[in-house]
Write a new protein. Structure first.
Length: 92
């Protein structure tokens, strides 16, 4: 199934995975972590965090945008995380 079709079909929030890409000492990453953690707790979605300082590929791709939030592996946002927009992305 194409990614576009997957995005349009309604999915159970518990099946969604949010990835926060950031680095230690980043105040925007700290703020994003709070938002992602809260929204994922509310929706039942899983979330993980990846440190760009430990992954050369992530560093090369995202170093100017951190924090970056992915939903199911696709970029959702960067710098500031809007809780309402993330919630909508997860619950459909």
């Amino acid at each position: 199934m194409s990614p576009l079709l997957r995005r349009k079909e309604k999915r159970n929030p518990a099946e969604r995975v949010v990835t926060l890409i950031g680095k230690p000492g980043c105040h925007l990453c700290d703020e994003a972590r709070e938002v992602v953690g809260k929204v994922c707790a509310e929706t039942g979605s899983a979330w993980e965090e990846k440190d760009i300082s430990r992954d050369e590929e992530l560093y090369a791709r995202y170093w100017e945008q951190i924090p970056v939030v992915l939903v199911d592996g696709e970029q959702h946002t960067f710098w500031r995380v809007n809780p309402e927009r993330l919630r909508r992305a997860l619950v459909g």
